[in-house]
Write a protein that binds this ligand. Structure first.
Ligand SMILES: Cc1cc2nc3c(=O)[nH]c(=O)nc-3n(C[C@H](O)[C@H](O)[C@H](O)COP(=O)(O)OP(=O)(O)OC[C@H]3O[C@@H](n4cnc5c(N)ncnc54)[C@H](O)[C@@H]3O)c2cc1C
Length: 389
């Protein structure tokens, strides 16, 4: 690094962080203003989480949904460091890493995403499987394999949470288990997919009925053991046998963000201004699931990707003394997978379901994969797959 080269440090290589890094590397830098860009993530791979369900059914392989950062950044000037960030020294502008020397920065992008907090209810941390990371999905995949090779007649699965994740996961697990699966969604409120578009909710309800997935609304979980789940519905307590419990509810920002001395909302999200800068410090940008913009935006990849564009541009503009652009979110709609060959889409005035919905969803996500090279590799693999033994 040259003596006075600007250093942009990006913490978290998800939709916010990785897409900011890629965008920054493609902006038209003058050679004398070319910054050093460093992306830090605790994992060696990015995760395209909307396609994590497809890994469970074997429709997509791990390299397709979780390509390595080294591969994705190979044709850019972005340096990747695999390390866990343990904190920041905002006064001296340093990022503190576990087992590595601290890094100095001029601009910091924070995009460490959400975590699934596992409830403290009895048995949950021991027996329920969360579904957020590639290793969560690999663990679930292995468990399903074991259950399928057992001599159990019925395989009973409880999915906790009737939001997007719970419904999509329940449909894929039902397809994976086939006739032997007995899937039940447990939802505390009186409806599943409470924040979803009506068209998608109705399509999901039809898919759940078709797959004989049972939905318990207004029901909460009291405790788990290795083979039972205790549910409370109004004043009634039911103890049901279960082979597998999947936990899809809740999200928090984790200790590192909570302990930062920056303005936060009541939910612990970092408050950002219209340019995505944190309130007290114009050289720190926050985006994705950890950031709170004026409007209460959903915690989605769609928001994080759009913010990444503005964040990269605003850092470029600051360095080049150009006006910054206020972030404007454009809601493009929502898509849900509802099994191996079914999905539902609602947005931009279009409603689609069934196989056509499935194909369009896969094409949109193919286009959204982080680099053209990776898009091409996945497209080629998907096209040639049926021909391979
Ligand atoms: C199963 C699932 C399905 C989803 N489906 C959809 C969907 O269909 N459509 C949609 O729009 N959204 C979907 N989402 C939500 C979407 O994935 C998130 O909103 C999005 O990933 C947020 O982007 P982000 O950059 O804030 O965080 P993330 O993409 O989660 O990235 C955070 C990154 O930070 C890294 N990190 C965290 N802490 C540290 C640390 N201390 N040190 C170093 N690295 C760290 C993590 O390893 C990770 O790579 C889904 C989420 C899940 C879990």
């Amino acid at each position: 690094m040259q003596a006075n080269q600007t250093h942009i440090c990006i913490v978290g290589g998800g939709f916010g962080g990785l897409y900011s890094a890629l965008r920054l590397s493609r902006l038209p830098w003058l050679s004398q203003a070319l910054p050093k860009i460093t992306l830090i993530d605790q994992n060696d791979h990015f995760l395209f989480s909307p396609l994590l369900y497809e890994y469970i059914t074997g429709e997509l392989e791990s390299w397709e949904i979780a390509p390595s950062f080294t591969e994705l950044l190979s044709q850019t000037n972005v340096q990747f460091i695999q390390a866990q960030v343990r904190g920041f020294d905002l006064a001296t502008k340093q990022v503190n890493l576990c087992n590595e020397k601290p890094l100095d920065y001029d601009f910091l992008i924070l995009s460490t995403g959400g975590r699934t907090p596992i409830s403290s209810l009895p048995g949950v941390s021991e027996y329920a499987l969360p579904f957020r990371t590639l290793s969560n999905a690999q663990r679930l995949q292995a468990r399903l394999k074991d259950l399928l090779s057992s001599n159990l007649d019925k395989i009973r699965v409880a999915v906790i949470g009737g939001g997007y994740s719970g419904v999509e996961l329940a449909c894929k697990v039902a397809d994976r288990l086939g006739e032997r699966g007995r899937i039940r969604i447990i939802e505390r409120s009186d409806t599943i997919l409470g924040s979803s578009a009506q068209f998608n909710r109705q399509a999901a309800e039809r898919a759940l009925t078709k797959k004989s997935i049972y939905v318990d609304t207004s029901t909460s979980i009291e405790s788990l053991t290795s083979n039972t789940i205790t549910l409370i519905n109004r004043d009634q307590r039911d103890v049901l046998p279960v082979e597998l419990v999947l936990w899809t509810v809740g999200t928090d920002v984790g200790e590192m963000i909570s302990s930062l001395d920056l303005s936060k909302t009541e939910q612990g999200l970092l408050k950002v201004n219209e340019f995505l800068q944190v309130e007290q410090e114009k050289t720190i940008f926050a985006l994705g699931d950890i950031a709170s913009f004026r409007e209460n935006l959903p915690k989605t990849a769609q928001v994080a990707i759009q913010q990444a564009d503005f964040c990269a541009w605003n850092i470029w503009a600051t360095i080049n003394n150009k006006p910054l652009l206020p972030f404007r979110y454009m809601a493009l709609g929502e898509m849900l997978s509802l099994g191996e060959d079914e999905a539902t889409i609602s947005g931009l005035g279009i409603n689609l379901e069934g196989t056509l919905g499935y194909l369009i969803r896969r094409l949109v996500y193919l286009y959204r994969l982080p680099t053209l090279k990776h898009q091409m590799s996945v497209a080629l693999h998907q096209l040639t797959r049926p021909l391979l033994p």
